[in-house]
Design a protein around this ligand. Sequence first.
Ligand code: C2E
Ligand code: MG
Ligand code: MG
Length: 562
Amino acid sequence: MVTSAEAAEPHSGLAPQARPDAAARRAVVAARLHDVVQRGELSLLYQPQVDLRSGATYGVEALLRWHSPELGSVSPTEFIEVAEQTGQIVPIGDWVLRTACAQAAAWRRAGLGHLRVSVNVSPVQFAQGDLAQQVQSALLGADAEPGMLGVEITESMLVADVAKAARALHALRAIGVQISLDDFGTGYSNLSVLCTLPIDVIKIDRSYVHDVTAAPAQVSITRAVITMAHSLQMKVLAEGVETEGQMALLVANRCDAMQGFYASPPVRAAEIEARWREPSRLPAKYFSSVPRQRTLLLVDDEESIIAALRRLLRRGGYQIVTANSGAEGLQRLAESEVDVIVSDQRMPGMAGVDFLRRAKQLYPDTIRIVLSGYTELQSITEAINEGAIYKFLTKPWEDDLLRANIEEAFRQKEMADENRRLNREVRTANQELAAVNLRLQETLDAEHERLSLSERRSTSALEVLRCIPVPLIGVDEDGMIAFVNHDAEALLVDCGPLLGRDADQALPESLLPMLRLPNGETADLALGALLCRCSSRTVDAGSGSHCRLIIMVPRGECVSPA
Ligand code: C2E
Ligand code: MG
Ligand code: MG
């Protein structure tokens, strides 16, 4: 799988924060953009668009790249804005269209089928009013068919002048190119307008792409957008899919297609061609419900029976594979993915039920039917009881009945396949949830450990303070006694328990001036017969509150006046 780091491309240019002057930078970019098409500095990369039912790439988005000899690689998000401001986007956009059409035609010639290439169209090109003509001319010039091209427009193009936008889109639709609404959800789209426009695909912005760890409300929004688009007969493509979890959630919510680093970053045309010829790199388990052609295996040693069955079932739309013996039947099963098997019972070499028993062991998901003129009750009953046979049908058969039985067998198979797929999905989602829960638990445990450590530290610090051999009293902002150490308790033993009491009421009168003494000042005072040097400190108690610490250092007995 491709990671987002792998996908990162070098867009050097100057980083925005390093630019001394954004206006000067824009002027440089605008100047360098002049005649950029003629100088051959532009190129296109292509990012695969993947069908979420089959996992196959059905199209690509063409993404413009500019490599300037002076500025290096400049990001499209930077230079396209400048090109739009200066009008240079018109020749650039035309070049993009022509190059994309030529590439689509080249891919068709190279045998890549109808790989659709979608191009981004700027509001400036759109506003010019002759986009359909431009598209037509590009298709003709490249000898490409309209079905190979798509255009991506943005919501802003629909807001300015809806009637004009509708005319332009209908003209494009008349040609036959696919129309996608890009970055859906980032701009202002009036839904009542949207449903009147000929839009084929809604590309939901990556901010709507979540995985199983997302809040349910976020997932509900994505699901609502998909449902809304489907009810307007539009397809939905999710942009910026970076993880398997995101893709799994989109598959579960019936999103039609995706694009993003998880499937592939934007790559060169040659790379698209190479990937087209390789099997999909995406995990197959998500796409097993893909409607593929139903496959029926007919096994009978009599050629005439096989021929008659073929004729009878020809119109059923099945792919039919045949074998003249059980051994050959096993060979066919290894070659193709068979859904339903219809086998004769009496065949030389291997009896039908024995063949179906082997088939059950090797391919348990197949639906197995015996079609026989001989009713060897014992062996047939045994095979049915073991589950090796789904149905026993007799020769000569009634055409309609046999057709109905085979059709029913395919339905059974597809229902079972769908159940297996859903089971796998639920299992994957559960595993991911369990992993998330585990991570959460680890975080909580670490936090708990941190808190208990800091609690142990504060308890020790408090104990140290309590044992300091100098009387200390702490008074909080509300005038409440918050701390008394052992020496203070001994010194003020006559006052009773002090902790939690109002300092003004609990402390001896002689000590009260200390509560109002400016920070850091010292005063001598008598506490009973003892002379103390007291000082007061304002201490930061955290969270912006302060507390006052009174320190009393005994200096000796008071000397009574002679
Ligand atoms: P966009 O049309 O929405 O194209 C998708 C952007 O997302 C591309 O950026 C693509 O490289 C990036 N991307 C793809 N997958 C992922 C992913 O999984 N995660 C993240 N974070 N990003 C992903 P890029 O190529 O830099 O293009 C930016 C924008 O520039 C495009 O957004 C489009 O609006 C504009 N642009 C690109 N080429 C053209 C063009 O030929 N003509 C016009 N008018 N605009 C273009
Ligand atoms: Mg786009
Ligand atoms: Mg986009």
